[in-house]
Structures are given as C-alpha cells and as structure tokens.
Design a protein around this ligand. Structure first.
Ligand code: ADP
Length: 259
C-alpha cells in the first residue's frame, strides 16, 4: 500500500507539473494582479475621506462647549466626506459584483424615445442653472431590448461628466439615432476635453486626468469604468473623439435588439 501511495503521488505531481507548465498562466496572473491593484486602490480611496472625518471629529471633541454655529466648517466637511464615502462604496460594489458576474443584465422591451427623454430631462434644468446650453436630438423611435436601470446609470455617468468638465457658457449635446443595424448615443461637450493619449486610460478604474480637480468636483475615477462595463454587457462599443472647437464626444454604438 505504501509503495502504491508513493507511486500515486509521484504520478500526480508529474501530471500537475506537466499541466501547469503547458497552461497559459499569463491571463490568470494578470487578472489576479488587477484584483490586487483594485483592492489597494479602493483602500487608498476610502482612507482619504475617513482620515478627514476622523480629524474633524477629533477637532470637535477638543471644543465641547463651543456653540454649534462655530463648528459649522468641520461638521459640513465631515458630511460632504461621508457623502463621498457613500458614493464610493456604491460604485465599488457595482464593480465588485460585475467582476464576480453577480449582476445579471435584465433586458426589457423599451420605447427608446420616451425613455431617453425622461432620463435626460433633469439635465436641461441643471445645465440652465449653471448657465450652460443643453441640446437634445432624439430620432431613435424603435423599441429596443435594454436593461433600463443600467442604461440610465450609463447616461447619468456621461451627462454628469459633461457637466463636471464644462464651464459657464459651454454647450452639452445629447443625440440618439439609428444607423443600419446599430443604435447610437452621443454625449458631446465643449468643455476641457481629453488629451488623445489618455482616451483609453479614462476607462480604467480610478483613473483621473487631474486628481486635484476631480477631488473638487467629487469624482473618484470609477464612473467610466462602470460605464464601460454597462456598454460591454450590452454588446456595445464606445469611441472618444475631440469636439470642436474644444471638448469631447463620447459615441456609443449598440446592436439593434428587438424582442
Ligand atoms: P471622475 O469621477 O474622475 O469623473 P470618471 O471615470 O467618470 O471619473 O472619468 C475619468 C476621467 O476621465 C476624469 O477624471 C476626467 O479626467 C476624464 N473625463 C471624463 N469625462 C470627461 C469629459 N466629458 N470631459 C473631459 N474629461 C473627462
């Protein structure tokens, strides 16, 4: 029995080493490395607001008899950092679930024109309040199979960015149309634009062109990573181009899917 056991384990180890040396380990190592980076970046991003909140609460505790009106700055800052944490954890959860394929795409037949109009409607008011022009052109009439919640989330990400990276007097344009057997969406703005060399990187998790500006505008670099996942899960593609005279254009293209 002893001899048989030794021979068995010896054969097993030879088989294992044969498979491991012939298997292409590169993608596995790469995806493991990506997960490691994701966790490290997430921890880093969570730490910044937590450190601010901790220091502000410690400051409040040093002045227990001070009137609340004199404590507004640390309280307001703690609140805004808590909101940031809340948003960050929500986005991290979406990405973590997408990695483990826990989120199913639920296709629903959707009349695209009224659906899109409803999604973009609040942006007219927000843009007007920021003295920016907002134009909408929807010629996509057909019913499509989409995951409404996800497509809504995707448009919110792109339109929020268009508002974030533009200034007073700038223009934002939203278009939806059909071309052959694809339907397309475009969000264009006349804002700061994206350098051609960075147009691929903006879809990476935690990537921000200008970290300090992003922090002021409340961004954490996860929006477009989520957008990319939603586009891919709908079998779509995305192109980022320059706008004229300045700014950026995000053009999304999806296969027509009718029920
Ligand atoms: P953030 O939360 O920083 O906006 P995103 O993932 O949504 O994160 O975007 C990543 C980066 O891409 C941003 O930090 C910004 O540099 C750039 N970006 C995204 N949308 C636009 C836009 N409409 N105009 C200019 N830059 C943009």
């Amino acid at each position: 029995i002893l001899v048989l056991t030794v021979v068995f384990f010896w054969a097993l180890s030879i088989l294992l080493s044969y498979f491991l040396s012939h298997m292409n380990m590169r993608p596995i190592v790469k995806s493991w490395q990506r997960q490691q980076d994701f966790v490290a970046n997430a921890a880093h991003e969570l730490r910044t607001p937590l450190t601010i909140i901790q220091s502000k609460i410690e400051l409040l505790l040093t002045k227990p008899h001070d009137k609340i009106i004199n404590q507004m700055e640390p309280i307001a800052l703690s609140l805004s950092e808590t909101r940031r944490l809340n948003q960050l954890t929500k986005e991290l959860l979406v990405l973590a679930r997408s990695d483990s394929n826990m989120t199913q795409v639920t296709y629903q037949p959707t009349k695209m024109a009224p659906f899109l109009k409803q999604v973009v409607a609040p942006y007219s008011e927000i843009a007007a309040s920021q003295k920016k022009q907002f134009r909408v052109q929807i010629t996509l009439q057909a019913t499509q199979l989409i995951d409404q919640k996800r497509i809504h989330q995707l448009l919110v990400i792109l339109l929020d960015n268009a508002l974030k990276y533009t200034q007073t007097g700038d223009q934002i344009q939203f278009k939806a149309w059909v071309h052959g057997n694809r339907w397309l969406l475009e969000v264009a703005d006349t804002g700061v634009g994206i350098a051609p060399k960075n147009r691929k990187a903006i879809f990476e998790r935690f990537y921000r062109e200008d970290k300090s500006r992003s922090r002021q505008t409340g961004g954490n670099g996860l929006g477009l990573a989520i957008a990319k996942w939603i586009i891919t899960s709908h079998k779509g593609t995305v192109k980022v181009l320059a706008n004229r005279p300045h700014g950026s254009r995000f053009i999304l293209s999806f296969p027509v899917r009718r029920h």
